[in-house]
Design a protein around this ligand. Structure first.
Ligand code: UDP
Ligand code: MN
Length: 280
């Protein structure tokens, strides 16, 4: 009987989905998200931005959060948004905290299916590495009268590929966020938001928890064309940058430069606008 109770199934509503954006990008990057995957997770997705935008507020049914962080692409601005993402997640009380960038396509049913395989009551940090070697932080400390140096070595999940943190692990990070403030800590360490998350997880769990690599997360550091069509259903995220998009037929590139509209119609052909798909 207790076995059955433990096997409670995960639903989309157990996931807090945060997307980092900015006033400079909201008008170029959000429309495609709002037209596609956001439609499958309207209640669960929140956008963290740096302006008040009535139009977007209307389109998202009030899911735009003005962080009042600087809109510049600098460390403090990005860390400030990550701090707010975390704080809102904690207020939500959900089982999973998942972060994405505004140039990500999130395959919602796949996200739910993958998280279902991990126990949110245990410590899980799921994502995709962006480097072949781990981060190294050189720390100096005074050993009696001499300065000694040692390296803190840790992995981090690339923010642009998306990452998810279980509730158990998120709770362990609370003291850092509540007492010192994520932005201040990361700023003092000169670490960017996603790297700093990796560091803090290593730190608060005393080396016990590290990034579990889940191959379904993808950032545009990878070559998007390498993901083949037959494996699309199984991927959690897709991304794009100029000259680096997934290879898919569908809408003309002038209508669909990111290829996300074509991808969405491939995954969910029943969306109304998918009927208008012209071949490229
Ligand atoms: N971003 C931001 N403020 C900026 C520029 C970017 O908050 O001034 C966000 C952007 O919305 C995205 C993330 O930071 O979610 C990464 O930005 P981008 O994709 O432009 O750069 P990348 O790091 O992928 O090269
Ligand atoms: Mn990007």
């Amino acid at each position: 009987l207790s076995l059955i109770a433990d096997m409670e199934s995960l639903t989309l509503d157990d996931i807090f989905i945060s997307v980092k954006t900015s006033k400079n990008l909201a008008t170029t990057r959000l429309p495609i998200i709002l037209e596609t995957w956001f439609q499958l997770a309207k209640e669960q997705t929140w956008f963290f931005t740096d302006e008040d935008n009535m139009e977007l507020q209307k389109q998202t049914n009030g899911h735009m959060i003005n962080t009042n962080c600087t809109s510049q692409h600098n460390r403090d601005g990005l860390n400030c948004k990550m701090e707010l993402e975390y704080r809102y997640y904690m207020k939500s009380g959900k089982k999973w905290f998942c972060h994405f960038d505004d140039d990500d396509y999130v395959n919602i049913p796949r996200l739910v299916a993958v998280l279902q395989e991990y126990n949110y009551k245990q410590d899980w940090y799921l994502g995709k590495r962006s480097s072949f070697s781990p981060m190294k932080l050189a720390c100096r400390y005074l050993n009696y009268t001499r300065w000694a140096v040692y390296d803190i070595v840790f992995w981090f999940g690339t923010g642009g590929a998306g990452f998810c943190i279980s509730n158990a692990l998120a709770l362990k990070m609370y003291n850092v966020f509540a007492l010192n403030g994520f932005t201040d800590v990361c700023s003092a360490l000169t670490l960017n938001d996603d790297v700093c998350i990796g560091f803090l997880i290593d730190y608060v769990t005393k080396r016990k928890v590290t990034l579990t690599q889940v191959p379904g997360f993808h950032s545009h550091i990878e070559i998007m064309k390498k993901i083949s069509l037959e494996h699309f259903q199984k991927q959690i995220t897709f991304s794009y940058s100029s000259n680096n998009t997934i290879d898919i037929r569908g809408f003309n590139t002038s209508v669909d430069p990111s290829r996300f509209l074509s991808l969405h119609c491939f995954l969910f052909p029943n969306f109304g606008y998918c009927k208008n798909k012209e071949s490229v």
